[in-house]
Ligand binder design. Structure first.
Ligand code: HEC
Ligand code: HEC
Ligand code: HEC
Ligand code: HEC
Length: 501
């Protein structure tokens, strides 16, 4: 399962976007946001944790609530990922009052599933199709007193609409502020045929290049939000669901440091421009997606890790690992793809098994035969991988395994320009890994492992993961970024200067 990074980097990102160097993370303001999206304060000058002036209360009896409307918008999407809780089990109690939307379980607890990405419920995009519930939107609540909206989230008048068992008062207030102050009328941005209303794709391209490319890649396909068989990339989502696109670009993505357009003071026209451009982007992932399968395929397929040893494992004795590790392609064939002729030719990973670097010349049929046990019945992964996944691995072996020897020295140092790597690291990696690479620990508290640790210990693995991505995590693929081996070497050279513990 994916880990989530609920970190306040959107603000840092905002500062970087306007050209102000802010290398250390600033806390995200949680108490108070600018009163309305139409009158934002300039981001560059807004002190991170200082209260913005609030507008006068709408009525003397009901003082304005102080909440973070951007956070409220992300809560509206998948609230449990924002508060880092487990998703509720079973269906939301109101779910049984409709029959048309046949989804079950946690999805029935998402505000958006009942009220829509366009906030219009039955009067909008969810008025028909598989998401149809017949439930009202939240658009009408925009003009209601905030106290009434807040009450509705606490089960008044409808006790089955009580979210206070799961969400804290401030969470409910943030949601309320989003509903009363943060909602937009999506009809002003999206046409009935889902195209953008008056968007300028050329202007959108430049905006996209400034804010989105560093994570989603120049073609919008560096992160696949779907699966290998049913991929979802920016170009697909923007065309299929422009309302979701606009919602997420305005507030960000739950659990990930994706910048918020509201925080970055985007104007309405910026969203339609980026939507217009995003609808022209590629509809296919920018890499084979076989690389993460070569690493630990069950983290991609969602299967349980195998408990027994892979059948071929007993034909060697030098590598004493057992269980899941013995099923990883990399454990037998190496991060350098050279098996016994490479880094795994000695040491605790030594198996004596062949590499796959030269297998790139095999035909797709032959490679498929290898992976489905037709060349050697003990090398059969057909019970573990579906046809699309086998195909992804075949393409990976044919096109994406690279000989990194020219960039990695015998002592594991790399031939790269750390200064150049620093620029890329700051632009793409720092949002998730932190500018010192220590925000995500792949090890544990006792033996921490950071980007710096891995770059120092295992440059081959570093090359593999930065090019292919991390199994089960939305880490961008370097292939989709258009990076060359030299670019990765530069990144590795910089990563090797980062703290290792
Ligand atoms: C299972 C479906 C469902 C989910 C999930 C759901 N709602 Fe509702 N919501 C409803 C229904 C149905 C109503 C109106 C009926 C009622 O209150 O009796 C409603 C009413 C509302 C209203 C009042 C609308 C008005 O015009 O007065 C608001 C505001 C609201 N919901 C916000 C939210 C928020 C925020 C969330 C997420 C925390 C959420 N809802 C989750 C079904 C849902
Ligand atoms: C710091 C990295 C980062 C930046 C910058 C970024 N995103 Fe994202 N974006 C992500 C991540 C991570 C996800 C989550 C993918 C997942 O959960 O599988 C995501 C998800 C999305 C989704 C939702 C996909 C879905 O179906 O849930 C959209 C749409 C999107 N991004 C658009 C954009 C646009 C447009 C920009 C520029 C305005 C942008 N992003 C900038 C990291 C980023
Ligand atoms: C337990 C160790 C092990 C695992 C795990 C493993 N392989 Fe192999 N693989 C081998 C061995 C041993 C051979 C050679 C077998 C033979 O000659 O009959 C081989 C052969 C191959 C070949 C053919 C090599 C050639 O050029 O003739 C390819 C391609 C290959 N494996 C890819 C993969 C991929 C992709 C995965 C992950 C899905 C994988 N292997 C997992 C041990 C393993
Ligand atoms: C959208 C967030 C995101 C971005 C951007 C990102 N990563 Fe990652 N990265 C992750 C996550 C999540 C993991 C998995 C952490 C875990 O398994 O505990 C990871 C894992 C890794 C690993 C593997 C660690 C291991 O031992 O398994 C490396 C190396 C790495 N990232 C390097 C980079 C580099 C270099 C960049 C920039 C080019 C980058 N990442 C960009 C989220 C991201």
């Amino acid at each position: 399962m994916r880990k989530h990074l609920t970190i306040g980097l959107v603000v840092v990102f905002a500062l970087l976007v306007v050209g102000c160097a802010a290398p250390t993370p600033a806390p995200q303001p949680t108490a108070i946001k600018p009163a309305a999206t139409t009158a934002p304060q300039p981001t560059a000058t807004r002190p991170a944790a200082t209260a913005a002036p609030t507008a006068a209360p709408t009525t003397a009896a009901a003082p304005k609530l102080s909440g973070d409307l951007v956070r409220g918008g992300v809560l509206y999407d998948t609230w449990w990922e924002v508060i880092e809780a487990k998703a509720p089990t079973g269906d939301q109690p109101l779910w049984k009052t409709q029959t048309t939307n046949t989804r079950k379980g946690e999805i029935t607890w998402r505000c958006k599933e009942c009220h829509g990405w366009d906030y219009k419920g039955k009067d909008g995009a969810y008025g028909s199709g598989s998401h149809k519930t017949g439930f009202v939107g939240i658009a009408g609540a925009k003009t209601k007193p905030a106290a009434d909206v807040l009450a509705s989230l606490k089960g008044k008048p409808n006790a089955d609409h009580d979210f206070s068992k799961f969400l804290k008062e401030q969470d409910l207030i943030d949601l309320t502020v989003f509903i009363t102050e943060g909602q937009i009328d999506t009809a002003t941005m999206v046409n009935a045929d889902k195209s953008s209303k008056g968007g300028d794709a050329v202007a959108g391209k430049s905006q996209y290049g400034k804010v989105c490319t560093d994570c989603h890649g120049p073609n919008g396909n560096a992160i696949n939000f779907g699966t290998i068989a049913a991929p979802e990339v920016i170009g697909i989502l923007a065309a299929d669901n422009p309302w979701e696109f606009i919602h997420k670009v305005r507030v960000g993505q739950p659990g990930w440091p994706m910048p918020s357009g509201i925080t970055n003071n985007w104007k309405a026209q910026d969203y339609v421009n980026v939507l217009a451009y995003a609808q022209t982007l590629s509809k296919t992932p920018g890499s084979s997606e076989g690389g993460p399968l070569y690493d630990a395929w069950w983290k991609v397929t969602g299967a349980e890790a195998p408990k027994t040893d892979q059948v071929l494992w007993k034909t060697q004795t030098t590598n004493t690992r057992t269980g899941p590790d013995t099923w990883r392609c990399k454990e037998c064939h190496g991060w350098d793809y050279k098996g016994k002729d490479g880094a795994y030719g000695s040491g605790s990973h030594k198996t004596g098994f062949t590499g796959v670097l030269k297998s790139a010349t095999l035909s797709a049929d032959d490679l498929t035969a290898w992976l489905t046990g037709k060349k050697n019945k003990d090398h059969d992964f057909s019970a573990n991988l579906d046809a699309a996944q086998v195909k992804a691995l075949v393409t990976f072996v044919q096109k994406e395994i690279k000989d990194t020897a020219a960039y990695i020295n015998a002592d594991k140092s790399v031939k790269g320009d750390a200064e150049k790597g620093k620029t890329t690291f700051r632009a793409t990696c720092a949002a998730c890994h932190g500018s010192d690479g220590k925000k995500i620990n792949f090890g544990d508290d006792k033996t921490p492992e950071y980007v710096g640790t891995l770059a120092a210990d295992n440059p081959w693995e570093f090359f593999h993961k930065v090019l292919s991505g991390q199994p089960g995590e939305p880490m961008p693929s370097g292939f989709a970024m258009g990076w060359t081996l030299e670019d990765i070497a530069n990144l590795a050279a910089y990563a090797r200067t980062l703290p290792i513990k």
